[in-house]
Design a protein around this ligand. Structure first.
Ligand SMILES: Nc1nc2c(ncn2[C@@H]2O[C@H](COP(=O)(O)OP(=O)(O)OP(=O)(O)O)[C@@H](O)[C@H]2O)c(=O)[nH]1
Ligand SMILES: [Mg+2]
Length: 405
């Protein structure tokens, strides 16, 4: 019995030490497991909560690289939040600073020279031909007419040049070229007053009304003109009196927002254009801008409708004071059609200046001469491309130089 008890006691001690060993092994395993798994779990958590799922985070999780120590409380808050806040904030629209308008035509001269090259070189090659007889002079006249100069000015110019060449008794090309330039310049009429009246009258802004048929470039011209004026140091407000399509007001607003000019527009399509124009001038007065530019619609179902509308716009704006400029926008590529349009507009509104657009895309620069004669109104601005700053004050000398080279 005593031997049985002793053996039992011995087995109990062995069991006890076995249990203690097992408990120690279990604790070691538990601690080791937590230490190994901890970084992995933390790594995955940072990728998900960051939301960005950056390659760096994903890589950490995948490779099980030990995560950097958690930042202390005072470091934690601002550092990761700052870039996130920057990314969420809406980007403020960037307001451009357009270049001033002076000297633009000289800068854009190459556009003009490119498109008018055929005209100039054809004239010069005829003038340099061995025999300057009746047929040659007739051909010269034809070239001038083809360039949309108009029959009467073309005949006048040829008659004059013919006499001058005869009197001078010269066939020297430099001299003949000078004579041609002088005669062309006279037809373009450098003495016309081409001042664009955009300066405010005391506390009232100058008002510029832009008219013309659809597609000629009215809205583009309003936008380019606003840029040019702002480039010259003026403040401008735009009035979207083309209420035919909401897209027309959007187009104008886009131009304005690029240079920080506000656009007054109707709250619905088909609103009364005259009241939008009136509102624009009222707001221009209230906000103290220098110039208000009003864009109008070019398409109406009937000619009478369009003309009545323009007449009304002008009358309504005039309640605030005078309208300083009524600019008729003509597409230089439309030739005789453009002249017909000019006549119709001139019957309804007193046009004070012509904007000839798309002169970069036609060899028919003679339209400058024809339209000035037709309306007795000067070309004040020319469009020489689709770029934002491709609108230039018209300079007769630069124009003729570009034509003849
Ligand atoms: N190449 C060239 N394109 C021009 C010039 N001026 C305007 N355009 C283009 O002519 C097209 C018509 O211009 P808009 O300003 O929309 O014409 P709009 O007279 O306002 O037309 P509606 O609003 O439909 O009556 C646009 O594609 C302009 O980029 C220019 O001087 N040269
Ligand atoms: Mg338009």
């Amino acid at each position: 019995m005593a031997r049985l008890v002793a053996s039992f006691c011995q087995t109990g001690a062995v069991m006890e030490s076995l249990i203690v060993t097992l408990v120690i092994a279990f604790v070691i395993l538990l601690v080791g497991g937590v230490t190994l798994l901890g970084p992995r779990l933390r790594g995955r958590r940072s990728g998900l909560s960051g939301g960005a799922g950056t390659g760096v985070d994903a890589g950490r999780g995948a490779t099980g690289t030990i995560a950097p120590p958690e930042p202390s409380a005072d470091q934690a808050a601002p550092a990761p939040l700052a870039p996130a806040a920057e990314a969420v904030a809406p980007a403020a629209p960037e307001v451009e600073r357009p270049p001033p308008s002076a000297g633009r035509m000289v800068k854009l001269r190459s556009r003009l020279a490119r498109s008018q090259n055929a005209f100039g070189s054809a004239l010069l090659s005829l003038l340099s031909s061995a025999k300057l007889d009746d047929d040659t002079w007739e051909e010269i006249e034809e070239i001038l007419i083809t360039a949309d100069m108009g029959a009467a000015p073309a005949t006048q110019l040829v008659d004059r040049l013919r006499t001058e060449v005869k009197v001078a008794g010269t066939r020297d090309m430099t001299e003949v070229k000078t004579l041609l330039k002088t005669d062309l310049l006279e037809q373009v009429n450098p003495d016309l007053d081409r001042t664009l009246h955009t300066a405010p009258h005391g506390d009232r802004p100058a008002v510029v009304l832009v008219v013309g048929v659809n597609g000629t470039g009215k809205t583009t011209t309003c936008g380019k003109l606003a840029r040019a004026l702002i480039g010259d140091g003026r403040t401008v407000l735009l009035g979207a009196a083309d209420t035919f399509r909401a897209a027309a007001a959007d187009q104008l607003e886009t131009w304005g927002s690029r240079v920080g000019a506000k656009t007054v527009r109707a709250d619905r399509e088909g609103a009364d254009p005259a009241s939008v124009a009136y509102e624009a001038v009222s707001e221009g007065i209230a906000s103290g801008v220098d110039t208000v530019i009003v864009d109008t619609a070019g398409r109406l179902h009937t000619k009478t409708g369009l003309m009545d509308e323009l007449g009304k716009i002008k009358r309504v704006i005039a309640k605030h004071g005078s309208v300083d400029e009524v600019l008729l926008v003509l597409d230089a590529t439309t030739g005789q059609n453009g002249l017909r349009q000019a006549r119709v507009f001139a019957e309804v509104v007193d046009i004070t200046g012509i904007v000839l657009t798309k002169l970069d895309g036609t060899a028919k620069g003679g339209i400058v001469i024809a339209v000035q004669r037709e309306l007795g109104v000067p070309v004040k601005l020319v469009g020489l491309g689709e770029g934002a700053d491709d609108l230039a004050p018209f300079e007769p000398e630069t124009f003729v130089d570009a034509l003849i080279g």
